[in-house]
Design a protein around this ligand. Structure first.
Ligand SMILES: N[C@@H](CCC(=O)N[C@@H](CS)C(=O)NCC(=O)O)C(=O)O
Length: 229
């Protein structure tokens, strides 16, 4: 039985979840076929019940696996004959660092720059939930969180220096070829690209060149997805 991949879907079935992009790229890296099912925020609970509160979720041979990290581990363990996502224990360890850095620095930097754009792209039935839940997280109206982003974007770009220095010297975080670390970070920029025309990266930034490179992988999987640039 083919894998079923439950991905967040916004308006017009737009897929913008950064975590789901990690899984989408991981499935492509492994060369696995899957059935893609888009889910609204408020319908995630219908996939696997209360134990599964977030997407991505996959169903593989009847087994539900939630959480992008757990999914990557599952794919690596179940499909060892396919290209490795981590390249061994050392790569897996470094991916843990990349995961922590991406969630705490990159996601935390991207979200306040595009929060209203995210809201604009969620499905109608999700709007009330997203406004209430995100305003609780940020402690103020979504409009206020995003306001003044033109003045804040440079500080965000500066925080990307470690990534910039790396992708200046090598094509991918994985080295000459991409690995799961690339997909973790790519998801964050693809999140912004799919819902916002606001340029969080300058066109001449090596990070942007790397983002475009990763978007070309697997027959342009990232680039071909609906987005703004
Ligand atoms: N730790 C989880 C986080 C996944 C996550 O937060 N997904 C978001 C979509 S980007 C979600 O499903 N949110 C549900 C909600 O906010 O109710 C993972 O790595 O998969």
């Amino acid at each position: 039985m083919a894998i079923v991949f439950y991905d967040l879907a916004g308006q017009d079935q737009r897929n913008f979840s950064p975590f789901c992009w990690r899984t989408r790229m991981a499935l492509a890296h492994k060369g696995l076929d899957y059935e893609h099912r888009g889910v609204a925020f408020t319908a995630i609970k219908n996939v696997g019940g209360p134990d599964y509160r977030t997407v991505p979720i996959i169903e593989d041979d009847g087994q539900l696996v939630g959480d992008s990290n757990a999914i990557a581990e599952h794919l690596e363990a179940q499909y060892p004959d396919r290209p490795s996502l981590f390249g061994g224990a050392a790569g897996r360890g470094l991916c843990n660092f990349v995961h922590g850095w991406t969630n705490s620095v990159v996601h935390a930097g991207v979200a306040p720059l595009v929060l209203m754009d995210i809201y604009a792209h969620v499905r109608t039935e999700d709007k009330d939930y997203i406004r209430a839940s995100r305003e609780k997280i940020f402690g103020r109206p979504l409009e206020e969180v995003q306001a003044g982003r033109e003045d804040r974007v440079e500080a965000f770009r500066a925080a990307l220096t470690p990534l910039r220095l790396t992708v200046r010297r090598q094509a991918f975080l994985g080295g000459e070829t991409p690995n799961y670390a690339d997909y973790i970070v790519f998801g964050a920029f693809q999140w912004a690209r799919t819902i916002s025309d606001f340029r969080i990266l300058a066109e001449d930034d090596p990070v942007f060149a790397w983002f475009l490179r990763v978007g070309e992988l697997f027959d342009g999987l990232g680039r071909k997805a609906a987005g703004y640039y």
